[in-house]
Design a protein around this ligand. Sequence first.
Ligand code: NAP
Length: 246
Amino acid sequence: MSTPPVAVVTGASSGIGAATARALASAGFHVVLGARRVDRCAEIAKEIDGTAVRLDVTDAESVAAFAAAVPECRLLVNNAGGAKGFEPVAEADEEDWRWMFETNVIGTLRVTKALLPALLASGDGHIVTVTSIAALEPYDNGAGYTGAKHAQAMLHRTLRGELLGQPVRLTEILPGMVETDFSLVRFGGDQARADEVYRGITPLTADDVADVIAFAATRPSHVNLDQIVLKPRAQATPMRAYREPS
Ligand code: NAP
């Protein structure tokens, strides 16, 4: 029996990352799950016969130790990230901005650099980066997040050119509204405010996004799905959606 290809999912302790770990295991990958809440990763790893390794993408030493634990890697899903705060630029909180840029941008850079040698050595590597529709346009009160997601997207899209001729595919996933802990984290644990984001709408689920990632990852090696934008039917842009009256 041949050994299954290895997929790394960052931010696999909840939401899109956890669902992606499950979907990739079903598609035949051995999944390495990384996040700070490694206990949650370990529970999912047990369920899917994967491996959990602690990972803080904002800490260079943690990323180095993580990469050392993953000598082989065919697929990297850069998913760890999120938003903090929802203020106009005039009232922007520098700490929130630093968190968003450290996690979404520098974190993606660190993990990608650390695993690129293994992805190249696999002879058939693939980097999937979960950006957002926030990487397509600005919206009011969102400059810290849209700025970070644009920067993360530029990193990813630049690699698409720089790696031409090398055996690595690059896929950017740009989801609209997905119901996860995303809004709870953004609003500092305020559940009522987080619930309001999804009021009157059927949002995407983490499984919806995971399905698309697994589809991209299981195309033949010569097929590169460059960018996939997915949104709930009721959402047109980050701030324009139809809500059923309550
Ligand atoms: P989520 O449930 O809050 O998941 C975020 C994940 O990122 C968690 O597993 C968290 O794990 C991990 N993470 C955060 N900081 C980290 C760090 N320093 N090191 C390692 N892992 C870290 O939210 P989600 O919606 O699934 O978000 C996943 C990705 O999708 C994010 O990049 C987000 O920006 C993007 N996205 C979400 C939506 C949406 O509407 N939900 C839409 C578009 C794009 P730990 O806390 O355990 O470290």
